[in-house]
Design a protein around this ligand. Structure first.
Ligand SMILES: [Zn+2]
Length: 292
């Protein structure tokens, strides 16, 4: 089992309770030599920071997760609606669970709930620490194989978590709602088919076409699911999401041939690169759309 020694750093506990993974280094850095260097990269938490500031102690990690809203700060008994108590437990990897022992008509009722319920950690066959490391490394663009090696995971677990992380990003993309482009601006459009997935948490179903566009420089985007790639289907979405006068770049797909008749400047690029991962799933091509 791969383990990393967590060094306890004094004075970190209180300062970090509401810190964000992204900007903690400026708030919580010790006064050692690396502090000034950290200050310049305020949006980056390196792995050392993660271990020292968040994962050095299980109790601290849990209280930090609660403060960040990543796990529930309190629980109500589903039967009696009463507050549950957080109970320490030595025989579970989480270290704690929620328990209720309400006395009703002289009888002691007892129920319990996991601290993971309804959270990112729910149903994971990993410790909370492992999930955090996986998520951290995934966000740092470490690939699935590398993370699998670091955490000594089984292939299925690594695939599942990789897909799960991607889905969350997709769901976030689907929430984009702003019209993009305009005269003098460049928008790249592309369509892609997304394969089947294990966690049906997004709006994506098996074999679903998605169509999207991203504005250069600002990185504003739109993305939508489509039934087909017919000219009319795509043109309606283009009109809905892209301001007239925009310079649109796309691949050579025939569905785009008439864009210039609809108030757009159209340029084609041949970037027929298909992102297919090791499992044969198509992934979103927004990276291609956004690529230079
Ligand atoms: Zn109860």
């Amino acid at each position: 089992m791969y383990t990393v020694k967590c060094r306890k750093t004094t004075g970190v506990q209180t300062g970090c309770s509401t810190a964000d993974l992204k900007d903690q280094s400026t708030q919580c850095g010790s006064t050692k030599g690396s502090y000034l260097r950290n200050e310049k990269k305020e949006n980056f938490t390196n792995y050392e920071n993660l271990l020292q500031n968040y994962l050095w102690d299980k109790d601290f990690t849990l209280s930090w997760l609660k403060d960040e809203g990543l796990i529930a700060p309190s629980r109500i008994c589903t039967i009696f609606g009463s507050e549950m108590k957080l109970v320490k437990s030595g025989d579970r990897s989480d270290g704690y669970y929620w328990e209720c022992r309400k006395q009703v008509n002289g009888k002691r009722h007892r129920c319990e709930r996991s601290i993971r319920e309804g959270s990112w950690f729910e149903k994971a066959d990993l410790t909370i620490e492992e999930v955090l490391k996986f998520t951290y490394w995934w966000c740092q663009e470490m690939n699935q194989w590398q993370i699998k090696q670091q955490l000594q995971l089984g292939s299925h677990t690594a695939v599942d978590w990789d897909m799960f992380c991607r889905e969350v990003c997709e769901v976030a993309l689907f929430d984009g709602r702003e019209k993009i482009g305009g005269p003098g601006k460049f928008v790249q459009i592309d369509e892609s088919k997304i394969g089947k997935r294990k966690y049906h948490r997004g709006h994506v179903v098996e074999g679903q076409w998605v169509f999207g566009g991203i504005e250069e420089d600002s990185r504003k985007y739109f993305i939508a699911t489509v039934e087909d790639r017919k000219e009319e289907t795509l043109l309606n979405l283009i009109k809905q999401w892209i301001e007239p006068g925009t310079t649109i770049t796309s691949d050579c797909w025939k569905g785009y041939v008439n864009l210039s008749r609809h108030g757009y400047i159209h340029k084609t690029v041949n970037h027929s690169v298909e992102f297919v991962n090791e499992e044969g799933f198509h992934t979103t091509r927004l990276r291609v759309i956004g690529g230079k």
